[in-house]
Ligand binder design. Structure first.
Ligand code: GDP
Length: 445
């Protein structure tokens, strides 16, 4: 995903190449860009200020060890802080209440409340095995009541009728009563939204809250809303004790900066993300992944690789040309690749470039094992004759034994390497140059 921030950081990371520590001087430039980029992603100014100050504090004085660059260290601090601000871990819907557990849905008209109510009903039925009732308190728009009826049916939940001549609080009482008598586990209450915040609306939803005493009060907000999300979030936070946020329309092309603002302003965890108009388009919110989206982390990872690795583009081009011309990818090329990997500063530094969730999966032990593995592979290929490297087909049992002895490994390891090489060769053939160049460009700029 291309993003303005990654482009800007790219430039600064390049400028920072070779510096040994994050200092006031070099962090200032980067933070200025981070700040601009967050604003471009529609994060609210006070949230940006606060965020930038925090990152700066965490980053300052950080030692830049091994083959890492200050830029790289800073990128990972920014990413980690972004994820932390948006809330780590998964916070599923709280249903710890005397049944029925009431969930109140709040938000502006068009935010996706009704759709999300049905999505949530489906989630609770399927994932939590709950018996779910929905009701609409939107007495201003008969169409909204009908809409809830339709989507509730799609979700496989039951819908409690309401009419425009009723008062929302009366509807709430009746639905609650019905839910108790029929032993529903959950009552989802959709509410009226206006196009903008108004006093009457806020008063009404406050009254509903007092009547229903919900275990969850969820603020539904459109991720595409950008800067406006802040004022909406403020108004709803002042009116209601929000327990969670659902960000809708995350399938849109916004950078999703609203997530950071809304989370910071309400203090409530972002529980789910709406990712399509369809009834099953609801996902548990993943802060790490979303940080990546705001930052354009994929690009940053590639760019950081480029900075530390100094991938040899001439060599990559030779390789691409070779594959394209139909010449085979041979063990010499495979060795080059292994060496590129080593040049990048080994696997442990490589892992530092990945989003932390991914990196966390690989333990220290895994990494040192993987690094030893690279060294062994290099040793094996170096024990081969030039002919063997160019034409691996000639490597039969006797040659394998000689190579293994030369590299000080078991024959099985030689076999494993040859197999891996074959897989890589197959992949290269499929790529036919064009795809390969693209990949190399990503790696090497
Ligand atoms: P409400 O006024 O807050 O109840 O909003 P609705 O539930 O009626 O949704 C408004 C519009 O947004 C509808 O056209 C929905 O289909 C659409 N919508 C809701 N959630 C999502 C989402 O996660 N992704 C997309 N693409 N559209 C959504």
């Amino acid at each position: 995903m291309a993003s303005a921030l990654s482009e800007k950081l790219s430039r600064i990371v390049k400028e920072m190449r070779g510096q040994a520590r994050i200092t006031e001087a070099n962090v200032a430039d980067m933070m200025r860009e981070v700040r601009l980029a967050l604003l471009e992603a529609d994060v609210a100014l006070p949230v940006v200020r606060d965020f930038v100050a925090r990152v700066k504090e965490k980053a300052l004085g950080q030692e830049v060890v091994g083959s890492l660059t200050p830029g790289q260290v800073l990128v990972s601090v920014v990413n980690r802080e972004l994820a932390a601000t948006m809330g780590q871990g998964v916070a599923d819907i709280n249903l710890a209440a005397q049944p029925p557990a009431v969930i109140l849905m709040a938000g502006l008209q068009g935010a996706g409340k009704t759709t999300t109510t049905a999505k949530l009903a489906k989630h609770l039925i399927e994932k939590r095995k709950k018996k779910v009732l929905t009701v609409s308190g939107d007495v201003y728009r008969p169409a909204a009541i009908e809409q809830l009826k339709t989507v509730t049916k799609q979700a496989g939940a039951e819908w409690f009728p309401s009419t425009p001549d009723q008062k929302p609080v009366d509807i709430a009482h009746a639905a609650l009563d019905y839910a108790r008598k029929r032993h529903f586990d959950v009552l989802l209450v959709d509410t009226a939204g206006r196009l903008a915040i108004d006093e009457a609306l806020m008063l009404e939803i406050k009254q509903l809250h007092a009547t229903l005493n919900p275990v969850e009060t969820l603020f539904v907000v459109d991720a595409m809303q950008g800067q406006d999300a802040i004022n909406t979030a403020k108004a709803f936070k002042e009116a209601l004790p929000l327990t969670g946020i659902i960000l809708t329309k995350m399938d849109g092309d916004s950078r999703g900066g609203a997530a950071l603002s809304v989370r910071a302003i309400t203090g409530a965890p972002i529980k789910f993300a709406g990712v399509s108009e369809k009834i099953d388009g609801l996902e548990v919110f993943d802060a790490e992944r979303h940080a990546g989206r705001i930052l354009g982390m994929g690009d940053i990872v590639a760019l950081v690789e480029q900075v530390t690795a100094g991938v040899d583009m001439a060599q990559a081009q030779r390789l691409a040309a070779k594959v394209k011309s139909g010449e085979g990818f041979d063990l010499d090329d495979f060795l080059d690749q292994i060496r590129q990997m080593k040049k990048m500063g080994g696997l442990s530094s490589f892992m530092d470039k990945l989003p932390s969730a991914m990196a966390a999966k690989a333990s220290e032990a895994d990494l040192s094992r993987a690094e030893k593995d690279i060294k062994r592979k290099e040793g094996i290929i170096c024990s081969m004759t030039p002919l063997e490297r160019r034409k691996p087909d000639v490597i039969k049992a006797t040659r394998k034994r000689r190579i293994a002895a030369g590299a000080g490994v078991h024959v099985q390891e030689v076999n494993r390497l040859l197999k891996e090489f074959e897989q890589m060769q197959g992949m290269m053939k499929k790529m036919k140059g064009g795809g390969l160049m693209k990949m190399m460009k990503r790696m090497g700029g």
